[in-house]
Design a protein around this ligand. Structure first.
Ligand SMILES: Cc1cc2nc3c(=O)[nH]c(=O)nc-3n(C[C@H](O)[C@H](O)[C@H](O)COP(=O)(O)OP(=O)(O)OC[C@H]3O[C@@H](n4cnc5c(N)ncnc54)[C@H](O)[C@@H]3O)c2cc1C
Length: 413
């Protein structure tokens, strides 16, 4: 069998895979249709959040989405349409909107995120990547007294999984982060969490992968994958064909169309979110904040502050809905003492989301030359480096250093 590997997708997952493969001496070429970080990996909130080890589906989530369908500013939105793929996906999603499914997912996310965090702490200094990485924790802020009262139970539930978090009263929140609005009534301190500028990290990691011998080609769009003699043929939009022993599919929300060519049906929906990146206001928070009722995040990133949120099931599209962006900006003013800063970029990206909220990591049974590495939903940054390491282990026929059985590529077929 040929030794070489082609990775499709230049986001955090594809670049992490290329880095770990190249570091092990495997000949690897990464193909990216745009520039690096063309997809969801650019403008996300940059949080590594073991304390948030929960999947998107959960009790009441689907009904909340249906109730919010008519609200043009809601943080979770399903665009009504008769799309058989969306209906099939929602049908399966419904199966995971219960406490048992959430409890089964928490340790998986916790272990993946902690393993990634260890890798971030190791790789960033080793490769000299400047990406404003800090493990300073984070705080979830509450404005609503009733909602804050429920937080106690949520904290106890997550502490039972060994996660390091604690409740903060109004004064303790201010002592930790003075830049919050006076009407914030309390918070949860997430003590394990970290943050960085995700695009700077991906670019730095790609440069390191190149130093280890990886070939990284941008503006190289893959139009189709075909199976041949145990290997895979990769057809490029320009007419070129490349043969590889193995292909790692890390094309984010675009992955299902390419997997289909090899007979692998991936249940996945693009879950769009938005961010606003601004020059850091003088009185900006020092640590990341999660705004509980508004369901959004605020992250300091070097000279910038980023506000991010919204989960919109609206098909493959990165068009920006200004009303939702305005809602993000307005909501931030309810939690922060100051949000005035020159806006540098308003951005949207599509999170790749499977019905159970778990990623797809592993070799496809139907196409042994194909390794899937996608579906990381809200936690692609958090789980990026460990996914890259696992992919390299799988490609080299080694025992993966974490159990990936729950992430099976064909678990819904
Ligand atoms: C608003 C928002 C906030 C978020 N905040 C966080 C956070 O704080 N922490 C966290 O962990 N996660 C966060 N996420 C999720 C995170 O951004 C994603 O999980 C992650 O970026 C997915 O990475 P990826 O490499 O799988 O996909 P992508 O980054 O989308 O990369 C896929 C790449 O594949 C390329 N591609 C697609 N098709 C082809 C083709 N045919 N040929 C060649 N190339 C192709 C695309 O151009 C793209 O660059 C957030 C997401 C959003 C939208």
């Amino acid at each position: 069998m040929r030794e070489d590997v082609i990775v499709i997708g230049g986001g955090i997952i594809g670049v992490s895979a290329a880095y770990f493969l190249a570091r092990e001496g495997v000949p690897v070429t990464l193909l990216e249709m745009g520039a690096l970080c063309n997809g969801s990996s650019w403008g996300n909130a940059g949080l590594i959040v073991p304390c948030h080890s929960k999947p998107v589906p959960g009790p009441g989530v689907l009904w909340q989405g249906i109730r919010w369908m008519l609200d043009p500013e809601s943080p979770f939105y399903i665009r009504p349409r008769l799309d058989p793929a969306l209906i099939r996906w929602l049908w399966r999603f419904r199966d995971y909107c219960n406490p048992q499914a959430v409890h089964a997912a928490v340790p998986l996310f916790r272990d993946m995120q902690r393993a990634s965090l260890d890798l971030y702490r190791q790789i960033i200094p080793e490769e000299g990547i400047e990406c404003h990485f800090e493990q300073a924790g984070g705080v979830e802020l509450f404005r609503d007294v009733g909602r804050f009262a429920q937080a106690r139970q949520e904290v106890e539930e997550m502490q039972a999984f060994g996660l390091d978090m604690r409740l903060l009263d109004r004064e303790a929140v201010r002592a930790l982060e003075p830049a919050v609005h006076p009407e914030v009534v309390g918070g949860i301190h997430y003590r394990e969490d970290a943050h960085l500028d995700p695009a700077l990290f991906v670019e730095g990691l790609a440069a390191a992968a190149r130093r280890y011998g990886a070939v990284i080609r941008t503006r190289a769009e893959v139009s189709a994958l075909e199976g041949e003699n145990g290997g895979v043929t990769v057809r490029l939009a320009g007419g070129e064909s490349l043969a590889a022993g193995q292909v790692v599919l890390a094309a984010g929300a675009w992955s299902p169309g390419l997997a289909r060519g090899l007979g692998v049906g991936l249940l996945m929906q693009p879950a769009k979110g938005y961010s606003i990146t601004m020059q850091r206001p003088r009185n900006a928070p020092r640590i990341p904040l999660h705004l509980a009722e508004a369901r959004m995040a605020v992250t300091p990133m070097g000279p910038y502050l980023r506000l991010a949120g919204t989960l919109e099931l609206a098909g493959i599209s990165t068009t920006i809905n200004q009303r939702r962006v305005n809602a993000i900006a307005r909501n931030a003013t309810a939690y922060l003492a100051e949000t005035e800063g020159e806006v540098v970029r308003v951005w949207s990206g599509m999170r790749p989301l499977a019905p159970d909220g778990l990623p797809y990591i592993g070799r496809a049974r139907r196409a042994p030359g194909l390794i899937l590495a996608t579906g990381h939903a809200m936690l692609g940054v958090s789980m990026g480096p460990i996914t890259g390491k696992l992919v390299a282990e799988i490609a080299m026929g080694k025992q993966p250093s974490l159990d990936v059985r729950a992430f099976g590529a064909e678990r819904f077929s």
